[in-house]
Ligand binder design. Structure first.
Ligand SMILES: *[C@@H]1O[C@H](CO)[C@@H](O)[C@H](O)[C@H]1NC(C)=O
Ligand SMILES: *[C@@H]1O[C@H](CO)[C@@H](O)[C@H](O)[C@H]1NC(C)=O
Ligand SMILES: *[C@@H]1O[C@H](CO)[C@@H](O)[C@H](O)[C@H]1NC(C)=O
Ligand SMILES: *[C@@H]1O[C@H](CO)[C@@H](O)[C@H](O)[C@H]1NC(C)=O
Ligand SMILES: *[C@@H]1O[C@H](CO)[C@@H](O)[C@H](O)[C@H]1NC(C)=O
Ligand SMILES: *[C@@H]1O[C@H](CO)[C@@H](O)[C@H](O)[C@H]1NC(C)=O
Ligand SMILES: *[C@@H]1O[C@H](CO)[C@@H](O)[C@H](O)[C@H]1NC(C)=O
Ligand SMILES: *[C@@H]1O[C@H](CO)[C@@H](O)[C@H](O)[C@H]1NC(C)=O
Length: 723
């Protein structure tokens, strides 16, 4: 209707003559399969393409036919008739989807696609060129797919096993089958037709029986002798052709031992081969091969070979040897075929010749071991056969050297430490044992060369350290013993004592001496009881040290203690010492003097009064009173001496040291002094009374003056003499 409208309007509106030929429209295109879409093989199939075109004129139509999207036909026609495409006697190969396209003056339309399915394939036909053949000859067979079209695969079967396949674009395939096995062969074939990615398989073909007959000729292998073959025997081997007939040509013979080719021959010249047997294996296998065209026929024979003597073995006795020590090598074949070879005929020798050993009976070689590694082999020989042993590498052992004994770190009394023992020379394995005096410690330890052995021990007395020794042994004649262990032992710090000298008096200096038992260097720390931080920290190479307070005053009164430790890392603390700073002596003296004066005055006054009272009766008693009182001057002197009393004390003790020309540094001297002081009966305990009591003793011993002078001499030795 639209077209009619279009045509009408085109006719009405045009002002000139209208080209009606150019006005058309393709209404529809359909493809149909006749007689049916699914047909049996051999049906005459027609594809009908029907195009309905609306136009006023006869237009040229271009038909294109597609099978599975590929163009299979193209035709131009001006006829309005349907376009027909014939598939006479349809085959499976015609299967596919068809469609048809119509194009008119650039306008085109395509039909829906239709699927054609053809079922049934013709059975293949197999043909063989002969039904009897000889081995190696083969047979030519042909497989035919009668009346089929398309792309083919042909498959050939021998007794239902597929033996060959072949691709062809024609409906037959001819091939040559070798058929090597003798006997009947049931041969058939099938084919497949490929349509796009699918394939359709045919039925089986007829079966053709081909009989393969054995070839009349064959190789023949003969070995003599057959039995009792010993190595060294001469073998004769013949490889020839049996049933040979002049009609056979192009044959050749090969004689092999395993994969070794020994000889070649042919139909006119059979092989005869001589060889001496070597017992490389207990059995030897030979084969004689005949090649005729494609066929190879083989005759194989195996012989047993007995060894005349076995490969010798080389051993050393004893199994280990030290450098330059005696040793014996023994070379021997375990098995000897005495029925063929005399013991005397079997000789042994060493290789290389310069082995420095002398033969000492059959296969026995004696001498001394070398210093270095040496490789020995031996050779057994009889009846011209030589056999070589494996290599015996002798690496003479190095005797163990005297081991050294040591400790890894400072041993600490009462704590576990390790003692090491190692020899600098000697082949491993080395057995080490540790001894403390005559007692063995633990079980022996086995180490390879270069590795030290060690044990862990604990000692509780310094002297024990020198009891330790170790022994090393690597299987030689003697074991080696180390020297005694010689090392310092660290004694942990014990028995700390804080000594305070001199009597703590205002204005004087005070020394807090901390002394301990234990191994130096010792780290000392002084503390005042009420303070956390140490007053002083020092490390001393001696076992005591001091802390000095100069210019004492009342504020220094308090409780003091010291701490000490050393490498044993065990801190100890002294008892608390109470330091009470007392009034200066001159103050006391002053007070004392005044008191005495007052007392004297009182006495004088009372005496005067008394005297007045009893002037006559008591005259002799007055004399004695004055003789007692005479030391009044002594008292004064005593007080003044007391004030320098600490210096006097130092002098007394330091003196012997100052005589030493290699005098130790100042500090050291002082420490020595204190130590001596500590040992005196006046310890820190009675230090309150110390000054006066000590003074009294000293006074009794020596004249004050000489003491005082000595004090001046040694004053420089004392720490910081500040007044
Ligand atoms: C198919 O057509 C051929 C001629 O093209 C004719 O000989 C044959 O008989 C027809 N087959 C059938 C089944 O009609
Ligand atoms: C049909 O005609 C078209 C255009 O006129 C041309 O291209 C094509 O080759 C022709 N086909 C045949 C089969 O003649
Ligand atoms: C094939 O089959 C036949 C009959 O079964 C048999 O005699 C023959 O030995 C077979 N041949 C082979 C090569 O297997
Ligand atoms: C083998 O043959 C060689 C010479 O060919 C001969 O010297 C040798 O003695 C023979 N050996 C034996 C065991 O007969
Ligand atoms: C030689 O061989 C052929 C085929 O193998 C045989 O036909 C012929 O009889 C043989 N001739 C003799 C003399 O054996
Ligand atoms: C066979 O071998 C011999 C020697 O190798 C040679 O002279 C002869 O020509 C060969 N014969 C054939 C038929 O090959
Ligand atoms: C001994 O033989 C071994 C190999 O078997 C070799 O590595 C070594 O170097 C040889 N020693 C001497 C001293 O020749
Ligand atoms: C500490 O020194 C004194 C005197 O020098 C000495 O008698 C004492 O044995 C020493 N103590 C230790 C543990 O060394």
């Amino acid at each position: 209707m639209d077209l009619l409208l279009l045509l009408t309007s085109a006719l009405l509106c045009s002002c000139g003559p209208v080209n009606t030929e150019s006005v058309f429209q393709i209404a529809s295109v359909t493809l149909s399969i006749e007689p049916r879409a699914a047909v049996r093989r051999n049906t005459n199939v027609t594809l009908r393409c029907q195009a309905s075109v609306i136009s006023l004129a006869q237009l040229n139509r271009e038909y294109t036919l597609y099978k599975d999207n590929s163009v299979i036909y193209n035709k131009n026609t001006s006829s309005k008739e349907d376009f027909l495409y014939h598939l006479p006697e349809a085959r499976v190969s015609n299967n596919g989807r068809y469609k048809c396209m119509v194009r008119i003056m650039g306008q085109e339309m395509t039909s829906k696609s239709e699927k054609l399915t053809v079922t049934g394939m013709s059975p293949p036909i197999l043909h063989a060129d002969k039904s009897r053949t000889t081995e190696g000859e083969g047979v030519t067979v042909r497989c035919l797919a009668p009346g089929e079209t398309g792309s083919f695969f042909f498959y050939f079967y021998d007794n239902s096993s597929e033996i060959h396949d072949e691709h062809r674009n024609t409906n037959q395939a001819e091939i040559k089958l070798p058929l090597s096995d003798i006997g009947a062969h049931m041969i058939h074939c099938i084919y497949k037709v490929f349509i796009m990615s699918e394939s359709v398989t045919s039925d089986e073909s007829n079966t053709v029986i081909v009989t393969v007959e054995e070839l009349s000729i064959k190789p023949f292998l003969e070995i003599s002798p057959v039995n009792n073959i010993y190595e060294g025997d001469n073998l004769t081997i013949k490889c020839s052709i049996l049933g040979f007939n002049q009609s056979h040509k192009g044959m050749n013979l090969l004689l092999n031992q395993g994969t070794n080719l020994l000889s070649v021959g042919n139909a006119t010249a059979a092989i005869e081969y001589n060889m001496m047997v070597e017992a490389t294996a207990p059995t030897l296998s030979f084969d004689c091969r005949l090649t005729v065209k494609n066929l190879i026929k083989v005759d194989t024979k195996t012989i047993r070979v007995t060894e005349l003597f076995s490969v010798p073995q080389l051993i050393m006795s004893p199994p280990e040897v030290f450098q330059m020590k005696p040793m014996t090598l023994i070379c021997k074949s375990q098995h000897v075929a005495l029925e063929r070879v005399n013991k005397e005929d079997l000789t042994y020798s060493l290789d290389p010749a310069e082995h420095f050993l002398t033969p000492n009976g059959a296969g026995i070689f004696s001498g001394r071991a070398l210093k270095n590694e040496f490789n020995y082999t031996c050779i057994a020989e009889a009846k011209g056969i030589r056999k070589r042993s494996g290599t015996l590498t002798i690496n003479p052992k190095v005797p163990v050297s005297v081991p050294s004994i040591r400790v890894a770190d400072w041993p600490i009394l009462g704590e576990s430490f390790r003692i090491f023992c190692q020899s600098s020379k000697g082949s491993g394995p080395i057995t080490y044992s540790f001894w403390k005096g005559k007692t063995q410690m633990g079980t022996p330890i086995i180490k390879s060369f270069g590795q030290p052995a060690y044990i862990s021990v604990v000692i509780n007395d310094v002297k024990e350290i020198n009891l330790f020794t170790c022994k090393a042994n690597n299987g030689g004649e003697e074991e080696q013993q180390s020297a005694a262990l010689d090392t310092a032992v660290i004694e942990p710090i014990t028995n700390p004592i804080l000594t305070v000298i001199p009597d703590p008096v205002e204005g004087n200096d005070l020394y807090l001496i901390c002394s301990v038992q234990g191994t130096p260097p010792v780290t000392f720390r002084w503390f005042r009881h009420d303070k956390e931080t140490p007053l002083k920290v020092t490390t001393s190479l001696s076992n005591n040290s001091n802390y000095q307070i100069t210019g004492l005053s009342k504020e220094y009164s308090g409780m003091y203690y010291c701490e000490a430790d050393n490498r044993a890392n065990f801190k100890v603390q002294s008892d608390l010492v109470d330091v009470e700073v007392r009034m200066a002596l001159w103050k006391k003296a002053l007070i004392g003097g005044v008191l005495l004066l007052v007392a004297s005055l009182l006495i004088m006054v009372s005496c005067v009064l008394y005297y007045k009272h009893r002037r006559v009766t008591l005259s002799s008693a007055v004399d004695s009173v004055w003789s007692e009182r005479k030391p009044e001057a002594d008292i004064d002197e005593e007080f003044s001496t007391v004030s320098i009393e600490p210096e006097v004390e130092y002098t007394e003790v330091v003196h012997p040291r100052s005589a030493d020309p290699d005098r130790a540094p100042q500090k050291k001297g002082t420490e020595t002094v204190y130590t001596e002081l500590q040992n005196s009966p006046h310890g820190a305990v009675d230090h309150h009374d110390y000054g006066s009591v000590k003074y009294a003793e000293l006074n009794g011993e020596q004249p004050e003056t000489s003491q005082y002078h000595a004090g001046v001499d040694d004053y420089s030795d004392l720490p910081v003499p500040v007044d």
